[in-house]
Design a protein around this ligand. Structure first.
Ligand code: FE2
Length: 298
């Protein structure tokens, strides 16, 4: 079964991936339900798996102060004790009380439409297997550490939680409008690699950054990448790299700004973005256009 090519799914870009390779996803899709969710296979975890989780968690946790946004730092403890891979049900219980979200197990990457449908129901899919020790520093597909540590804490924030649901609903609509590639850029540059400007300075809120050992510090403090003020249409015209640290980040002023900027119907937005791309082309990562507001490191 090729899980990347069911009906209506844009095969070019998947918003949940770090790049779709030629080899099939490693998860066992035979145990997944029709909506791609599956029970967390807790029995599969070895002591080595728990140890990998603990080491990853410890490494990231000590990096958070001064680099991660406060909302994330406050919520990360909601994941429970860091010494073992947590039970999804226990986190869901706390999350449900906080923002009405739950997390559900999945065997790995799932098709876009299935992903959007889950988000629209306030169910966040979490891969239930963990990387091998050899993949400690880099794993191609999202694993349980990326999905839990990177994504779940901000689901405890009410505004961000609403944004994620709206993204899912927007994704279902984008599938019908054949606009998934443009919408995937929004996911990439916010949910995965977003930066937020705070009174204390720039901070990370994107899961791809927060779960990365090297990119967390790079994204906030390096003078190499460009950091451009969030602008929806500009962002949708922007290409991104999946194989290196990002050359560009988009910076929001608040989660409220992000929610409000993405609340309107995207139908005319997609049209305008496509027209603009037709006239002026897409924008490569790392480029700053004349007159654009940018942010300095830190
Ligand atoms: Fe992710």
């Amino acid at each position: 079964m090729d899980i990347r090519s069911p009906k209506g799914v844009n095969q070019g870009v998947a918003p949940v991936t770090y790049g779709t390779g030629s080899r099939p996803p490693r998860g066992d899709y035979g145990r997944a339900r029709s909506d791609y969710t599956c029970a967390q296979d807790f029995a599969q975890y070895s002591e080595a798996d728990h140890q990998t989780y603990r080491r990853l968690y410890e490494r990231q946790l000590q990096q958070l102060p001064g680099l991660a946004c406060e909302e994330f730092i406050t919520a990360v403890q909601q994941l429970g004790a860091p010494d073992r891979i947590p039970h999804f049900d226990a986190i869901s219980e706390r999350l449900m009380k906080a923002t009405g979200w739950q997390i559900v197990g999945v065997p790995g990457l799932i098709p876009e439409e299935a992903f959007f449908a889950l988000l629209a129901e306030r169910r966040f899919p979490v891969t239930d297997w963990i990387r091998t020790p050899e993949e400690f520093d880099y794993v191609v597909e999202p694993d349980v550490f990326h999905d839990l540590f990177g994504h779940v804490p901000l689901l405890f924030n009410p505004v961000f939680a609403d944004y994620m649901q709206a993204y899912g609903a927007g994704g279902l609509k984008a599938s019908r409008l054949d606009a998934c590639e443009l919408l995937a850029r929004l996911y990439w540059y916010t949910v995965e690699f977003g930066l937020i400007h705070t009174p204390q300075g720039l901070r990370a809120y994107g899961a791809g950054i927060l779960s990365s050992a090297g990119e967390l510090r790079y994204s906030v403090t390096s003078s190499e990448p460009q950091r451009v003020a969030f602008d929806l249409q500009r962002l949708m015209r922007s290409r991104y790299r999946i194989d290196t640290f990002q050359a560009s980040y988009f910076v929001i002023e608040s989660f409220q700004q992000l929610f409000e900027a993405t609340a309107p119907d995207f139908t005319p937005v997609y049209r305008e973005v496509r027209e603009r791309i037709g006239r002026e082309g897409e924008i490569e990562a790392g480029i700053v256009l004349p007159g654009e507001r940018t942010y300095a490191a830190g």
